[in-house]
Design a protein around this ligand. Structure first.
Ligand SMILES: Cc1cc2nc3c(=O)[nH]c(=O)nc-3n(C[C@H](O)[C@H](O)[C@H](O)COP(=O)(O)OP(=O)(O)OC[C@H]3O[C@@H](n4cnc5c(N)ncnc54)[C@H](O)[C@@H]3O)c2cc1C
Ligand code: SF4
Length: 494
């Protein structure tokens, strides 16, 4: 049996949940397919990663180094395992997108959707009583260095108690995920159907006017294959998954370039040992941040790595690793990321389950990563750290004191030695290249997730993605209402 909907949305992350909820609120019948199940807080962060991260947290890019790129596979997508930080898209980028679109994308209008996302997610400044000790140490270090920079960050939260586990499923439900902010309030609305553990597997776009979009999905728990049809399909599977469908089903004139243009915001962190306890698990991990005083492409933000994850991710081995883990109560961490110059790409040689990502740092990116690592180490030493681990895969990466730091051969670090991760895959089906300014790939097929962001943002992207989703929902609602009352709207019109 084939179910009929006005819209089907594949993916319930920042883009998918938000666009689906707004379409339901304007009267449409919407099916949301989500590959993951509901997440619940796990005692062990490694369990949360295994259950709710895509490929159990092992998805990586390969290039001049191996770069892990974790994403969420659960109801709420990556917003369920993100840090909750909210930043507006930089104004200069919005103006650039406006210019590139000859005014079809309007910066002012987009900013109104940013405001709407801000309000829907109850964004507010992290309160001082949830500030972590890492944050106060970094504030102190900055002050001693005479750097007047940094602020408590804006976060989407309602009832955060500062329990330090945002990236491993918030135990108090204090963080507003895309599910909590957009889909949960519509739980009793019969126009919304959320099918969790259900994976979109194929798409047949409309070929003739009036034809619906047809699709197949599989219920992962039973293995049952199902079909559905709709006036329009919104692909919101995330920047590493959405290009698969665009390429495989030839969705639009730019389909063969889908997957190109990947940006990721390469990121890393410094571990610092202090004489006194830090207890990094107390407080909001990413409650404080700032831009580099001289290079605005570098951003610094708080982070906390639980010991069970630090034990496998610290760039140390044997006795050196043991030394740090024995003293983990006294260890502070602070992170940084860069607006990347490099562009990668994603392809699917063995199907959608295993995206193959190629990404290599550009020389300027590597230079920025090294500069940022040095600066965070300086901040920690100014705050009284006794030793730090630099994020370089080499045996001399432990530094005891400012003098050793100054003597360290930073220029000798090459990009293969950088110990990094990246949390923000974007741009693989960019607006203006693969989709038009209304995020349409071809009749009846829209894209709405990080893949449509046209370039590296330089700031945490969830607010930008939510704003794209609100804008798309407004556009589709307008189209839907314009054709209502005739024989209904169909894929060709959308
Ligand atoms: C550890 C971490 C911390 C982060 N912290 C922040 C932060 O503090 N602030 C910020 O702004 N950003 C943060 N981000 C990034 C931000 O959360 C993401 O950029 C954002 O959620 C991406 O939204 P999306 O809609 O593109 O995709 P996602 O949120 O990843 O959602 C895609 C969804 O699609 C589902 N899906 C995939 N394929 C299919 C299919 N075939 N059928 C059905 N469903 C499918 C997936 O399971 C997933 O649920 C963080 C990311 C990580 C990994
Ligand atoms: S700090 Fe704790 S309570 Fe606050 S959002 Fe993160 S996990 Fe939830």
């Amino acid at each position: 049996m084939t179910d009929n909907f006005d819209f089907v949305v594949a993916g319930s992350g920042a883009g998918g949940a938000c666009v689906a909820a707004r379409l339901v609120q304007s009267g449409a019948r919407v099916l949301v397919l989500e590959k993951g199940g509901f997440a619940r807080p796990e005692a062990d962060a490694a369990d949360a990663i295994g259950r709710y991260y895509g490929s159990s947290g092992l998805s990586c890019a390969f290039g001049n180094t191996i770069l892990p790129i974790p994403t969420g596979t659960t109801v709420g997508g990556t917003t369920t395992i993100n840090s909750g930080t909210c930043l507006r898209p930089p104004e200069n980028l919005l103006r650039r997108w406006e210019a590139a679109s000859s005014g079809r994308f309007r910066a002012r209008e987009f900013e109104r959707f940013v405001d709407e996302a801000w309000a829907a997610l109850k964004v507010r400044r992290a309160p001082e009583n949830t500030m972590s000790r890492c944050t106060s140490l970094v504030m102190d270090g900055l002050k001693r260095l005479g750097v007047r920079s940094g602020a408590l960050l804006d976060r989407c939260e309602d009832g955060c108690v500062g329990s330090g586990r945002c990236c491993f499923v918030c135990p108090s439900g204090g963080k507003l995920t895309s599910y909590r902010a957009f889909l949960q309030p519509l739980n009793d609305d019969r126009r919304l159907r959320l099918r969790r553990r259900s994976q979109l597997i194929s798409v047949r776009p409309a070929r003739l006017p009036g034809e619906p979009v047809r699709l197949r999905y599989v219920e992962l728990d039973t293995g049952a294959a199902r079909t559905a049809q709709c006036r329009a399909l919104v692909l919101s599977a995330g920047a590493l998954a959405t290009p698969y469908f665009v390429r495989r089903y030839n969705l639009g004139a730019g389909a063969s370039a889908a997957g190109d243009g990947l940006t990721v915001h390469p990121a890393s962190k410094i571990f610092a040992y202090f004489k006194e306890p830090v207890e990094g698990w107390r407080g909001v991990p990413q409650g404080f941040g700032f831009s580099d005083p001289v290079d605005e492409a570098i951003r610094y933000e708080g982070v906390y790595t639980p010991p069970e994850i630090a034990a496998i991710t610290l760039p140390l081995e044997g006795r050196r690793l043991r030394w740090w883990m024995d003293r983990y109560r006294n260890v502070a961490t602070f992170g940084f990321m860069i607006r990347d110059e490099a562009r990668g790409r994603v392809r699917y040689p063995v199907g959608p389950a295993h995206p193959f990502v190629r990404y290599g740092l550009a020389p300027e990116d590597a230079r920025r990563m090294v500069r940022a690592a040095r600066f965070v180490a300086e901040i920690f030493f100014a705050a009284g750290a006794e030793r730090v681990v630099l994020p370089f895969n080499r045996p001399d990466n432990e530094v005891a004191g400012l003098r050793e730091l100054q003597a360290f051969d930073f220029q000798g670090v090459n990009s293969r030695e950088l110990h990094m991760m990246a949390f923000h895959p974007l741009g693989t089906c960019a607006m203006g290249k693969i989709v038009d300014e209304n995020l349409r790939a071809c009749p009846g097929i829209y894209l709405c997730d990080g893949s449509v962001v046209p370039e590296s943002l330089g700031v945490n992207p969830q607010i930008t993605i939510y704003a794209f989703a609100l804008r798309l929902a407004a556009h589709l609602t307008e189209k839907m209402l314009a054709t209502a009352g005739k024989e209904g709207f169909h894929a060709r019109e959308l």
